[in-house]
Write a protein that binds this ligand. Structure first.
Ligand SMILES: Cc1ncc(COP(=O)(O)O)c(C=O)c1O
Length: 367
């Protein structure tokens, strides 16, 4: 045990003569058994669109190093992260609000929108983890079906705006379908829709595409909010870090709904995010490995005669209408965790793109 501890300290660059050894002791032992909270070698988790390769090596090192300063509040490191993100996104630092994942941003935007009662608009199906809260806060849900090819129907969403509409949610690319809006059409849509209501564009999966983010448009437009996350291509889902980009006034309004603006991110997640932004090798590898595994899976699903929507993300949306076996039973017997049926009509389901090896096992499980 002692030699394990010494090795561990050496690995994190402290050595036996390192600083604050006594303080570190509770955190320094490597054998806390956290691995049991991750899927074991026998289980393949393809349900939550996580990055199967992450966190990046630099992010792992940064998290370990940051343990040593986690007795302090996080002001300076947060400032550095916000500065880095402002450069990356071509916005000012006061256009950014940090949170514990983009979930927190979705929640804040929901609460801002619900300050005055009314309705909100969301495509169906789309990412809807936040909509129950919206309804509990008194907003009425208006759903707009996708087009036949499973894209957001922007025209219909525009037409769905009522006098009392407070929020339109645009997931681009869309979860669970993986489809993406044409950028010019989306910009036009935003120009019109934001005359009447807040538009929240969720760009959780934009890094898996070549499409330019809409974040720069948000600087001048008080009704446009762009949500971003480190959970996907950066592989930090469990670290819980994301952010919103919006007009200064809008950021102020969102911040007022938090007791401590930027206060919900830990020093470990902040350090991880900063390191991840530097690790371009990791993100570009994730991008291309995802593309290859996605292409393989798409081709194989097509060979099985299953209709599959072209994906711009790290997941695939396909129909089980032609599938002859019990898909969920096949997954279960092969220890694969998938998702549910999203649209009963057409029997559409979603699978996360894991590593090539995982996707080969997935395909073998369902053939
Ligand atoms: C479209 C979309 N938005 C937001 C989230 C939440 O992500 P985070 O981990 O940043 O809270 C997810 C998670 O899967 C998602 O798919």
């Amino acid at each position: 045990m002692e030699s394990n501890r010494r090795l561990w300290l050496k690995q994190i660059g402290l050595g036996v003569a390192g600083i604050g050894l006594a303080n570190l002791q509770p955190f320094a032992l490597p054998t806390q058994g956290f691995a049991k909270f991750s899927p074991n070698d026998l289980t393949i988790k393809l349900s939550s669109n996580e990055n199967p390769y992450g966190p990046s090596p630099l992010a792992r090192a940064a998290m370990i190093e940051s343990i040593n300063i986690s007795n302090r509040y996080n002001w300076q490191l947060t400032t550095e992260l916000v500065q880095t993100l402002s450069k990356k996104n071509n916005v000012n630092t006061n256009n950014i609000l940090m949170g514990a994942g983009s979930t927190e941003m979705l929640d804040l935007v929901t609460r801002l929108s619900a300050l005055k009662k009314g309705s909100f608009i969301i495509a169906d199906p789309s990412y809807n983890y936040w909509t129950d809260t919206a309804e509990k806060l008194g907003l009425t849900k208006i759903t707009v079906p996708l087009t036949a090819d499973k894209k957001l129907n922007l025209d219909a969403m525009l037409k769905a705006i009522k006098a009392d509409t407070k929020l339109i949610y645009i997931c681009n690319p869309n979860n669970p379908t993986g489809s993406i809006c044409d950028r010019d059409q989306l910009v036009k849509f935003i120009k019109e829709a934001t005359k009447k209501t807040i538009v929240l564009v969720d760009e959780a999966y934009i890094d898996f595409t070549e499409q330019q983010s809409l974040s720069a448009l948000a600087i001048e437009n008080k009704n446009l909010i762009v949500a971003k996350t480190f959970s996907k291509i950066y592989g930090l889902a469990g670290a819980r870090i994301g952010y919103a980009i919006a007009n200064v006034k809008t950021i102020e309004q969102l911040s007022e709904l938090k007791s401590w603006s930027n206060g919900s991110i830990s020093i470990a997640s902040t350090a991880a995010a900063l390191a991840s932004l530097k690790d371009e090798k990791f993100t570009s590898e994730t991008y291309s490995l995802n593309q290859k595994a996605r292409q393989f899976t798409t081709d194989q699903l097509k060979k099985l005669n299953l209709v599959c929507i072209p994906s711009n993300t790290n997941f695939l949306y396909f129909s089980l209408a032609n599938y002859k076996k019990d898909y969920f039973e096949q997954l279960k017997t092969n220890n694969i965790i998938g998702t549910k049926i999203y649209e009963e009509q057409g029997k559409w389901t979603r699978i996360t793109v894991g590593t090539m090896q995982e996707m080969q096992k997935f395909i073998s499980a369902i053939v």
